[in-house]
Ligand binder design. Structure first.
Ligand code: SAM
Ligand code: SF4
Length: 477
């Protein structure tokens, strides 16, 4: 950690609260990059794409040129390069997880969200610990190993102590052969002291989306509650990393403001974390606004992102930060998801519900927003197998301490693939043995055989696969 950060970030935040709103997001600089990139010659974009294929990432100025691309030929090259970079770094595998909504009570009033405090149409619910455990058991019975815990912000009904208890109980819950091996969280930003408590509870990634990096837009979207403080949220990841949380996941809610501005701001955020802590974000999430009951803004987002532009954003992020995972949720349709996998997505949710208690009770009006991909986990697994991907439930890096810095040291030179692909095959095999039906097993056998060819130490992997068949579980490198 840098000496400049020796002063606690809580104290720093309190001090800088009185200073003008200058942050590492320089709106003028970002706007200049966008303006300069408006009419780039085709060769400029092509040169940048060639550079990206060296897996060294892109500067925000270079990313701005690609984000401005409209030429069909350039876009085809961009998409092809994104696919090459993704496969070079991670191999052809997709990590699967499910969100677990614990409470939809919220003191904030984010205009786009169904959980906003002003929404009187929503049935409010906070799950009890036994209810959370019941949800976890259902997810485990489906075969999930990775959960993303999600919560509205409400210090009265779901404070940090409650969330920590929930995390402990989730890790302790077992259903048959099922267990949760990595729990990521997407909750409101905390103080350094509370982040330290969260770190102790052995979470995987701490996710926090800035929603929009554009301050004037942020102000109009967040009209009440602690989330109205742009800067407190912006520096949330600094506090998390100061507290020792190595893997953080940033994101924006696409549709609130210009997608080019947001994509470049994400890159500046990544650069800032790398500069201050020596490691950029572990993941970037790319949610697009979906309709939510009681949140009229979500029906007509001010900067709706078209499918074509959205694909461009994913591809440019993949090239710009090649070592960072990109997460896609079931907000997107199956068709769109299939297209985006090829462009650089490395993690996806599957079989999701966005209402607390949704796995036990099914769909009802307590949803945060509506989903476009309602396939079960099993169906998603069959479909992605058919596309040639290996589904992965791998949790090895986090459990072996390959996080933050250490993860990036492996990811940057492209070495992480040596772990990701074999581990995806091992976890896929385990899934097929415990939860697969006849069709999945048939498809899975083909996928595993095909990917085995690309694995370095095949003999070792084959012996581990055999051990799984003999009844061993949770094998990884
Ligand atoms: N309450 C915490 C917060 O706001 O950071 C964490 C949980 S919040 C439920 C998770 C994310 O849902 C938000 O960060 C936001 O990006 C996303 N979200 C909210 N409303 C949405 C909508 N209508 N469509 C898609 N995503 C939405
Ligand atoms: Fe609450 Fe988060 Fe929804 Fe905002 S986005 S209303 S903070 S749950």
């Amino acid at each position: 950690m840098k000496a400049a950060l020796a002063l606690s970030l809580d104290a720093k935040t309190a001090i800088i609260a009185h200073l003008p709103m200058k942050t590492f997001i320089d709106e003028r600089q970002i706007n200049n990059l966008i303006k300069k990139a408006e009419k780039p010659p085709r060769q400029a974009a092509e040169r940048i794409i060639v550079k990206a294929l060296q897996l060294k990432g892109l500067t925000p100025a270079e990313a701005a040129v690609l984000l401005a691309a409209k030429d069909k030929k350039v876009l085809t090259q961009l998409f092809r390069a994104a696919r090459t970079v993704k496969e070079a770094i991670y191999g052809k595998r997709l990590v699967l997880f499910a969100p677990l909504y614990t409470t939809n009570f919220c003191v904030n009033d984010c205009l786009y969200c169904g959980f906003r405090s002003g929404n009187t149409l929503l049935t409010r619910r906070r799950l009890t610990i036994p209810e959370i455990k019941a949800e976890v058991r259902l997810l485990e019975k489906e075969g999930h190993k990775r959960i993303l815990l999600v919560a509205g912000e409400d210090p009265k009904t779901a404070n940090v102590t409650f969330l920590l208890k929930a995390i402990k109980e989730i890790y302790a819950t077992r259903a048959g052969k099922g267990e949760i091996r990595r729990l990521n969280v997407n909750i409101a930003p905390l103080s350094v002291a509370d982040f330290r408590r969260l770190k102790k509870s052995k979470i995987g990634t701490f996710q926090l989306f800035q929603e929009t990096y554009h301050q004037p837009t942020y102000k109009t979207m967040h009209i009440r509650g602690p989330k109205a403080d742009y800067r407190y949220r912006l520096y949330g990841m600094h506090r998390a990393m100061e507290a020792g949380i190595d893997d953080v996941g940033i994101g924006v809610l696409f549709g609130l403001y210009d997608f080019k501005f947001e994509a470049l701001a994400l890159l500046y955020h990544a650069l800032e974390l790398e500069k201050e802590f020596g490691a950029g974000p572990h993941t970037i999430s790319v949610p697009r606004i979906e309709p939510a009951v009681g949140a009229p803004l979500s029906l007509n987002p001010p900067f709706q992102v078209t499918d074509e532009d959205f694909k461009k954003v994913v591809a440019v992020l993949r090239l710009a930060v090649p070592y960072t995972g990109i997460i896609l949720s079931t907000r997107e349709s199956a068709k769109m998801r299939n297209e985006l996998f090829a462009l650089g997505i490395s993690q996806i949710s599957a079989g999701s519900r966005t209402n607390p208690g949704g796995y036990s009770a099914g769909k009802h009006n307590a949803e945060q927003f509506s989903l476009h991909d309602s396939r079960s986990l099993l169906q998603v697994i069959k479909d992605i197998s058919q596309l040639g991907y290996s589904p992965s439930f791998c949790t090895a890096c986090y459990r072996l301490g390959r996080v933050g810095h250490d993860f990036m040291d492996l990811a940057k030179p492209g070495l992480i693939k040596q772990y990701c692909l074999p581990n995806s095959l091992l976890t896929f095999q385990e899934y097929l043995l415990d939860y697969g039906d006849k069709e999945a097993k048939k498809l899975g056998k083909k996928v595993i055989a095909k990917h085995l060819a690309g694995v370095k130490n095949k003999k070792l992997l084959l012996s581990k696969l055999k051990n799984l068949e003999a009844g061993k579980r949770d094998l990884y490198y």
